[in-house]
Design a protein around this ligand. Structure first.
Ligand code: BES
Ligand code: ZN
Length: 877
């Protein structure tokens, strides 16, 4: 705690520099923009000054696309200092005063920092006020204070402005201490034309007519201390529906023509708000909660306190939307609402612990909406690479901050919480622990240890396990264990090792694994589940009687992979071929995932993988079928990209026939659409015929006959692949209103093999004219499903890299998606060389990204797998 307040100390795990009295290290200060020395040389701000409150006045001009602002920061001096260092990016400061005298603001652009130097020390304990006036352009990316436009139903262009600050962009809208630990209160005023409305985190307090004909809206001062990345404001022309839920006014906003699609979101939000108020035993602290669908929005949604922003697809659904689309909306709302506690009330101290926000919010999606499926296996796949990172990992550059938004923070974070919850004997212990944690740290910042300590406290009475010790083994090192089982009668031996696809020299400590298992005599009900905590490299224990098989990782709630050995796998396959229902569908899906993973590791041959097929022909449940499709599809795509088209189409034929009749259940709908999409993509005549005729009916009816939501993708993809219907579909796309339908049409359009059209889509997406730039990652990932499409996408990325990183920050989720889409199905040395050559040539424009390391490692692994298994594949098919 003492170190933490040292003036030059940063919060990083690597720690505060140890004071070295004999030989103080003089930092090398950089030169600021105006030529003077800039008084700070680190990414993290000094800890000598703490902002207490901000007074923000913003005057956006939606015609000129500029804004002016005035920021008053009240602060407290914690340690005597002669400088104030804070953040600002692309702001022209026109006037700055400190306690009524004019001061000069220095800028160091590479770190987006501003500073004021003082000849006399500001003394610890003092309070002071810094006021700045500035002007800026609206951001032309999707972060900061950005503008956006859309065409309304009468064909008029409408303009709006909105904010997206997480992680590092509040500084683009106002000068501030832009790190999550600098919490303060905010009082916000925005001027607007009479025809617009404004929204911000807090309810509006009053509106005043200004002399220039504009109106100034003033919002209540925030009743809570909050981090800058959670501040938000919007100037637009939205309409809303609203409802009071336990004292909170909940509203859903959209552009006027889509207000009919907001009902579902309002209903779900009301239910979830009550659920969370009760679950966390802390009421949502603000008087209002707005959820807003924004026509131009890059992320899926953003949890700004009291003003959650969404893409249109993740908030708006209509009657014709599929059950799956509704489920997506419910999950996204569940996630962002969970952040109002996890993230907003209690915030990670620094981005190295982003998982405390994102892992928790992701976990709460599953917790609050019981029917949503488990965190997927994407985190295991990524975390098996040597280029992966620990859940809680050092973050020292802005790119590294962006890169924290990945499946390790989200899915692995959620998975280890799920595993912890599942390993407590009672079902309330985990909940009690997090309530404690939230209450203890309400309004404050934390790190991973704080969470584990709170959870250890609640476990004290039973001394069931040492939570801190166990969980640190999962958060402080990358990767996860492979657990090997050896069963001899009633004697079980478990062994752990690091599941690492590419061996490297990093050492790891043993994991503390709550291994769960069921056996042949009791395998379905939760009561069947037994737990053994594997802390050593290897342990042996006895079962109460002999069993013929064991299934570990009951319902796949643990973050590890299991190898049952040759006999163990055979016994399981045997049992399942007699009766698939001896295991839950989650357990069956995890067996499929695990055996493919072991094949990638080289532990089992592809022949052994195929043995599991014996059971697989009997499988009808969604999650195992989807898992198998995903795995086979991955092999298929790789074969296709090696131009092994014969083999490729064989792999593709493995799936079963599906009907076009109505399905009532969400998981069946999901399965049906996946299988139909596959059948049509294989040119199954019945499938393409049905799809083509549905498309024709839809077109001829002028949109009055609707295609059921879960069939839309298949229909639009078939239409997009045909030269006759592509233009019609493009025309429909341009005129379609609803975002979710539009995105499906766009995926259809991007499935074409026609070179001119591929180029047309990509360049239109880059211009952001008929296709919004936010859709480029979707376009590229769709194109990369086919050989020709991916070649064009790859050329496009290379040629337009600089424009891409202008729109999407280096390391951001969008860039991660683009890199992964275009590389993950490559498996030849030639492809590897090309990818390597391009990315290494980027230097500081992205060569250091983790996703580049991941891409290279993945291609090498694909190459090695193909070398090993291509002969078997040829024989098998
Ligand atoms: N806090 C994030 C939004 C975000 C993502 C900000 C990346 C900055 C960079 C938000 O809570 C989130 O996680 N959104 C997800 C959707 C969610 C339902 C998984 C997203 O945007 O994809
Ligand atoms: Zn989130």
């Amino acid at each position: 705690m003492v170190l933490y307040f040292l003036p030059a100390c940063t919060f990083t795990k690597a720690g505060c520099p140890k004071p070295n009295k004999t030989n103080p290290i003089e930092p090398v200060y950089p030169i600021s923009t105006n030529g003077e020395l800039f008084p700070w040389a680190q990414l993290r701000l000094p800890q000598s000054i703490k902002p207490l409150s901000y007074d923000l006045t913003l005057n956006p001009d939606l015609d000129k696309m500029t804004f002016t602002g005035r920021t008053v920061i009240n602060m407290s001096i914690l340690h005597s200092t002669n400088r104030i260092v804070f953040h600002g990016a692309n702001l022209s400061i026109t006037k700055a005063t400190f306690m009524a005298s004019d001061v000069t603001v220095l800028e160091y652009k590479p770190r987006q920092q501003l500073a004021v130097n003082f000849s006399e020390e500001l003394k610890a304990g003092q309070y002071c006020v810094l006021t700045m006036e500035y002007s800026a352009n609206f951001s032309n990316t999707y972060d900061g204070f950005y503008n956006s436009s859309y065409i309304d139903k009468d064909g008029n262009k409408r303009v709006l402005a909105a904010t997206q600050f997480e992680p590092l962009s509040a500084r683009k809208a106002f000068p501030c201490f832009d790190e999550p630990a600098f919490k303060a209160t905010f009082l916000i005023k925005i001027s607007r034309k009479k025809t617009y409305m404004t929204l911000s985190n807090m309810p509006k307090a009053k509106s005043t007519n200004l002399s220039n004909g504009l109106v100034q809206d003033e919002f209540e001062k925030t009743s809570v201390n909050m981090s800058t990345y959670l501040v938000a404001f919007i100037v637009a022309n939205f309409t809303s529906i609203t409802k009071n839920v336990s004292g909170t006014q909940v509203s859903v906003y959209s552009v006027p023509e889509k207000i009919g699609h907001t009902e579902y979101a309002l209903t779900i939000t009301s239910k979830l708000l009550e659920f969370y108020n009760n679950f966390f035993d802390i009421n949502y602290p603000l008087k209002k909660l707005d959820l807003v669908a924004i026509p131009d929005f890059l992320a899926g949604a953003m949890e700004n306190w009291g003003l959650i922003t969404f893409r249109e697809t993740t908030l708006l659904v209509g009657n014709e939307s599929s059950l799956l689309e509704k489920q997506v909306v419910a999950s996204v709302i569940a996630h962002e609402l969970a952040h109002q506690w996890f993230g907003n009330l209690v915030t990670m101290r620094w981005w190295n612990d982003l998982w405390l926000n994102e892992g928790f919010a992701t976990y709460m999606e599953y917790m609050s909406l019981q029917e949503v499926s488990l965190p997927n296996y994407s985190a295991l796949d990524k975390d098996a690479l040597s280029s992966s990172h620990a859940v809680s990992t050092d973050v020292n550059t802005t790119e590294q901050v962006e890169e924290m938004f990945d499946s390790v923070s989200y899915e692995k974070g959620a998975s280890i919480l799920l595993m912890l919850n599942a390993s407590f004997p009672g079902d309330q212990q985990f909940r009690k622990g997090i309530i404690e944690y939230l209450k203890q740290f309400s309004g404050l910042n934390t790190d991973t240890d704080d969470l584990w300590n709170s959870l250890t406290q609640t476990d004290k009475p039973t001394h069931h396990m040492n939570v801190s010790q166990m969980m640190t083994s999962w958060t402080s090192q990358k990767g996860f264990p492979l657990v090997t089982v050896n069963l001899m009668g009633n004697q079980v031996t478990l062994t752990q090792e690091h599941f690492l696809l590419t061996s490297d020299n990093t050492t790891h400590t043993l994991w503390n694994i709550p291994v769960t298992y069921v056996n042949d005599s009791c395998s379905l009900a939760p009561e069947c589940r037994q737990v053994f905590t594997l802390k050593n490299k290897s342990d042996t224990f006895k079962l109460s009687k002999n069993v013929t098989w064991l299934k570990l990782n009951y319902k796949s709630t643990g973050f590890y992979i299991v190898d049952y050995g040759k006999d163990g796998w055979s016994a399981l396959t045997e049992a399942l071929s007699k009766n698939v229902s001896v295991l839950t569908h989650e357990d069956r899906a995890s067996l499929i995932h695990n055996i493919f993973a072991l094949s990638r590791l080289g532990r089992v041959t592809f022949r052994q993988v195929l043995n599991l097929q014996k059971y697989f022909s009997l499988e009808t449940e969604t999650s195992p079928v989807m898992e198998a499709l995903l795995q086979l599809n991955n092999i298929y795509r790789q074969l296709e990209k090696r131009q092994e088209s014969n083999l490729a189409s064989q792999v593709h034929k493995l799936n079963t026939n599906q009907t076009w009749d109505k399905e009532e259940n969400v998981s069946k709908q999901e399965l049906r659409s996946a299988l139909l999409e596959m059948a049509c993509s294989l040119n199954d005549e019945n499938c393409t015929h049905q799809a083509t005729s549905l498309f024709k009916k839809y077109k001829d009816s002028n949109g009055t006959i609707r295609i059921p939501g879960d069939l839309q993708q298949t229909v639009f993809t078939v239409a997009g692949q045909s030269d006759e219907t592509w233009d019609t579909l493009f025309n429909m796309y341009v005129h379609a209103t609803y975002d979710s339908e539009k995105r499906k049409m766009l995926k259809g359009l991007a499935s074409t093999q026609n070179p001119q059209r591929l180029v047309q889509i990509l360049s239109s997406g880059l211009r952001g004219s008929l296709i919004q730039t936010q859709e480029l990652p979707l376009i590229i990932s769709t194109m990369c499903q086919s050989f020709a499409g991916c070649l064009f996408a790859w050329d496009f990325i290379q040629e337009n890299w600089d424009r891409l990183i202008e729109k999407f920050p280096i390391g951001s989720f969008a860039i991660q998606t683009i890199i992964k889409s275009v590389t993950s199905q490559s498996s030849t040395q030639a492809q590897l060389n090309k990818v390597q050559a391009f990315f290494s040539g980027l230097k500081e424009r992205g060569s250091q990204m983790r996703s580049v390391q991941e891409a290279l490692e993945t291609i090498k692994l694909n190459r090695d797998w193909m070398d090993r298994n291509l002969p078997t594949l040829r024989r098998w098919l």
